[in-house]
Design a protein around this ligand. Structure first.
Ligand SMILES: CC(C)[C@H](C(=O)O)[C@@H](O)C(=O)O
Ligand code: SF4
Length: 769
């Protein structure tokens, strides 16, 4: 519905505007749910006596925790999942989908799989929609021209309760790639190359649109791989305008409008309007020529640490910036690599083909082409293919691809996240080196001490055969296939039990008296909404001269199996705080006095909190006692998550000001954060820096306001929006869903889906649409 009278705008601007209910509150069309980031959200709903507003727009599956071993004898999750905490998380999701009446693809369902594979495969993800999930790789769905982004658990609860989200408008970033792909180059190489160029903070604060002739020629699978990794470039979301390739993909998908029906044609008309205007203004523009991209691979512990496969390991001597240099030294040490080693000389132990980046049918076909008729090298201890969903697994088996892998010595597994992050038994042992098609190579990502090299499926297959990192082009001389890869602040609304809040009231925030002023305790008081107020915070600040601190480092995956928000302080920075034998690492700042009592973290490198959306990261910091993080910049999801927990992230871009603060921290002195006045002072009250903060966020923090309570007061406006949505985009209510509606259900409610006990292998399964 973009209006013709509107000024030129980007696709992101249009989708955002089309979903705006009020100020920064947008309607969410599609909500995907998995077992790791939802338990605390459902618990919150229960505690508040709330329901799920739109079960028909919510789809749940299990993926992170589940074993990928054969399900031939599967009867139920309780007996199948051996690891107790993983089992608890999966069973908790099963209880929750039953209790709240949600559609669920459990382990016994052929449609189960990685949440970001399942959504598109079912046609749940549609062009022009807003899609969220408690998972950073929700950006994947942007491949359909949807505004799709990861959220934290508090926001999951917010969406479940209200079907909306409070989200600030991001900047617009364009990444244009032009020209045909060179032989052996895939979309994975393109996106790794882009991240190498822009860095993992390059997209911070932006929604990134991929465009250009290279992108237009890509298949939907290839586009998904690119949008998937836009989060690794720091972007809030990545998207690609839909076109005939998109519409072709959607034909016949169960939850898409029925192909060739009047609804399909109405949808198509809208979908075709979804593009950035030629005169649209971009905040950041990046141009890349496809001829500059050859198969690309990571060497270090950040997705920006990439080189062409013909390249070598970098030498810290070539870098002058001390934070960067120290980062490279640390990465080389962790990765067990010598500077200047040729990438193709690096010996690999394990190979993982899977993850939401590269576990789709095209990926499996591309890898099978390399593997066919060959054997894995004798030094490869384990090579595994983990399809992204049960449906992909079946398709590959129909094509005989499973046998190609099995004959070569690969394991052919069941669908799930698997060794992408190793929350299940598929992990690397310390110092094992893995050629992986996943998206993150952070320290400990695939197992404590494990070493990950990111690459395309064909490159991973080549590494399995050669036993070292290998150039896939040597397997396909002449490069037969440049892949068939074708193939203003929110105006606050009345808070519960409060008088309406006016702009004037907002301004009075500055005058709010300090409770316990002069003590070194933060002025925390619980409000009716349950959020502690944040006014002044005084305490020891721990210095951390590191860039790109990722949330895997803040709280490793093994601690994500909790269904509670509390008790994570002892796991904070686990791999940095503790050695492999469990003893404390005396070199880590939080193990030193006086920093064991730190309330503030002063980080001098950019992009704190990048990577996963896990709200466990702020929970762990908070549980340790850290309520404020000061850094030059933050990754978007982490930034949002802190506010939801009454914490304050302060971005200080001015390097002199940051250096002044870091100096106090290094001296072990206390500092004071004064939120109402937006000032940071030293222990003697001398101003060190001022800081900026969004008006609405500040208002919520100083008053301890609960977002959900505020948003629920928009009830009528949300209902109005839903009516309009049903009229204009009727296909989003889902003809598939509505047809299955029970008599007496509300207008959008669907029948609760029973968790199947055993239905594996049956053609007609009880949860079929
Ligand atoms: C568990 C989940 C929060 C996490 C994410 O947000 O990305 C996971 O999928 C990951 O890849 O690290
Ligand atoms: S990145 Fe890995 S762990 Fe995260 S959703 Fe994708 S496959 Fe699962």
């Amino acid at each position: 519905m973009p209006s013709v009278d509107k000024p030129p705008s980007t696709l992101y601007d249009k989708i955002y505007a089309d979903h705006l209910i009020e100020d920064q509150t947008i309607y969410i069309d599609r909500h995907l749910v998995h077992e790791v980031t939802s338990p605390q959200a459902f618990e919150g709903l229960r505690n508040a006596g709330r329901t799920v507003r739109r079960p028909d727009c919510t789809l749940a599956t299990v993926d992170h925790n589940i074993p990928t071993s054969s399900r031939a004898n599967y009867t139920n999750a309780k007996t199948f999942i051996e690891e107790a905490d993983s089992r608890t998380q999966c069973l908790t999701l099963e209880d929750n989908v039953q209790a709240f009446g949600l559609t669920y693809f459990g382990l016994g369902d052929k449609r189960q799989g990685i949440v970001h594979v399942v959504g598109p495969e079912q046609g749940f993800t549609l062009p022009g929609t807003t899609v969220v999930c408690g998972d950073s790789h929700t950006s994947t769905h942007g491949a359909f021209g949807a505004l799709a982004f990861g959220i934290g658990t508090s926001e999951v609860e917010h969406v479940l309760a209200t079907q909306t989200l409070i989200t600030q408008k991001s900047k617009n970033m364009k990444v244009q790639v032009d020209g045909p792909l060179l032989p052996g180059v895939t979309s994975k190489d393109v996106v790794l190359h882009i991240i190498g160029k822009i860095g993992t903070a390059g997209g911070n604060g932006s929604v990134l649109e991929f465009c250009g002739s290279t992108i237009r020629a890509l298949s939907m699978e290839a586009r998904m791989s690119m949008c998937n990794m836009s989060i690794e470039g720091g972007a809030r979301a990545g998207l690609i305008a839909p076109d005939d390739i998109t519409f072709e993909y959607l034909k016949g998908k169960p939850l898409a409008p029925k192909y060739d029906s009047p609804e399909w044609h109405r949808a198509l008309k809208y979908w075709r309007s979804l593009k950035s205007d030629p005169e649209a203004k971009w905040d950041v523009e990046v141009y890349i020529e496809s001829k500059d991209i050859i198969p690309t691979i990571s060497w270090g512990t950040s997705p920006q640490d990439v080189v062409p496969i013909t390249g070598k390991v970098p030498d810290p001597k070539d870098f002058t910036d001390p934070v960067k240099k120290a980062g490279i030294v640390r990465a080389l040490e962790y990765m067990g690599l010598e500077p200047n080693t040729l990438m193709q000389d690096i010996v690999v132990d394990k190979v993982f083909i899977g993850s939401c980046t590269n576990s789709r049918i095209e990926d499996i076909r591309a890898a099978a082409k390399i593997v066919k008729g060959r054997k894995i090298a004798s030094n490869i201890m384990r090579a595994m293919v983990v399809p992204g969903s049960g449906l992909i697994k079946r398709q590959a088996e129909r094509e005989g691809l499973d046998q190609i892998f099995i004959d070569a010595g690969f394991e052919w597994r069941e669908a799930g996240c698997s060794m992408c992050l190793g929350m299940n038994p598929d992990i690397l042992a310390p110092q094992e080196r893995c050629a992986s098609t996943s998206n993150r190579n952070f320290e400990g990502r695939q197992g404590a001490g494990g070493r990950t090299h990111l690459m395309s499926p064909a490159m991973a297959a080549a590494a399995a055969i050669v036993g070292k990192l290998a150039d896939v082009r040597k397997f396909a001389p002449g490069g037969s296939e440049p892949e068939k890869e074708h193939g203003s602040p929110r105006i606050p609304v009345q808070a519960e039990h409060e008088d309406p809040v006016t702009e004037e009231d907002l301004d009075k925030i500055y005058d709010i008296p300090t409770e316990e002023a002069g003590t070194n305790a933060s002025t925390l008081t619980k409000t009716a909404g349950g959020m502690p107020k944040f006014l002044q915070l005084r305490g020891i600040a721990a210095p951390m001269p590191v860039a790109n601190v990722d949330t895997d480092a803040i709280i490793p995956k093994q601690f994500l199996k909790t269904i509670k928000r509390t008790g994570l302080g002892s796991a904070l920075f686990y791999q940095l705080r503790f050695r492999l034998d469990g003893t404390e690492n005396p070199d880590f700042v939080l193990n030193q006095e006086p920093y064991r009592k730190a309330k503030i973290l002063v980080v001098t490198g950019p992009n704190f909190g990048c990577g996963s959306s896990r709200e466990h990261a702020p929970w762990a910091l908070l549980d340790f006692g850290i309520k404020c993080i000061i850094a030059p910049s933050f990754a978007d999801i982490f930034f949002n998550n802190t506010f939801k927990n009454g914490m304050l992230p302060v971005a200080i871009e001015d390097s002199d000001a940051l250096a002044r603060i870091a100096k106090e921290a290094e001296a072990g002195k206390e500092i004071e954060i004064d939120l109402p006045n937006q000032v940071i002072r030293d222990a003697d009250g001398v101003e060190l820096a001022q800081f900026q903060i969004d008006h609405f966020r500040k208002h919520c923090l100083v008053n301890g306001l609960d977002d959900i309570g505020l948003t629920l007061q928009l009830g009528e406006k949300i209902t109005e929006f839903e009516k309009k949505r049903s009229l204009e985009w009727s296909w989003l209510d889902g003809s598939g869903y509505l047809a299955r509606r029970k008599k007496g259900d509300g207008p959008f409610r669907i029948q609760a889906v029973k968790v199947p006990s055993t239905n594996r292998g049956e053609e007609k399964e009880i949860t079929d649409w």
